[in-house]
Design a protein around this ligand. Structure first.
Ligand code: CA
Ligand code: CA
Ligand code: CA
Ligand code: CA
Length: 155
């Protein structure tokens, strides 16, 4: 029994050294190969490289994850972190869909959207009617009740 398991281990070592795919390891680990047959797993193909052996890769749709999912040699191509509202600056950093837009990799407020909440929503230093974004929008009058922003006052 002991000799059998030793032999089994030797075989495994030989296989993993000669081949390039070990299913227990993460799919993005690179194994060198010459043909698809070297990548001994379903859907895994040998991607050629210039000047060196190819690498085994299982192509899936490119996602924003710092990994070359579709095995084309480019990582996260098709994602513009400067303007992508779902991946602003870094993968997975989503801007607020209602109030923000991704500009140059940073989530930026779209402006003073609510003018009767006594808050400076877009943090530009001017709250409610004091912010030009609020002209014509509903606001709180100084003496109570609702009004409409005209200039910088609520009338
Ligand atoms: Ca890619
Ligand atoms: Ca990716
Ligand atoms: Ca406000
Ligand atoms: Ca403001």
């Amino acid at each position: 029994m002991k000799s059998f398991s030793s032999l089994f281990c030797c075989l495994l070592l030989a296989v993993s050294a000669a081949g390039c795919w070990v299913s227990e390891l993460p799919e993005y680990v690179i194994f060198s190969c010459d043909t698809d047959d070297d990548c001994d797993a379903d859907g895994v193909v040998c991607i050629p490289r210039t000047g060196q052996r190819g690498f085994c890769c299982k192509p899936v749709a490119e996602m924003c994850n710092d990994i070359d999912d579709d095995c084309n040699g480019q990582t996260d191509e098709g994602f513009n972190l400067q303007t992508d509202n779902a991946h602003c600056g870094v993968c997975g950093n989503a801007c607020n869909a209602v109030t923000e837009t991704c500009v140059n990799g940073t989530c930026k407020s779209r402006g003073e959207l609510v003018c009767d909440n006594e808050l400076d929503d877009d943090t530009d230093g001017a709250k409610d009617c004091a912010d030009p974004d609020c002209v014509g929008k509903t606001c709180n009058k100084a003496g109570g009740g609702k009004g409409t922003c005209a200039g910088s006052t609520c009338k």
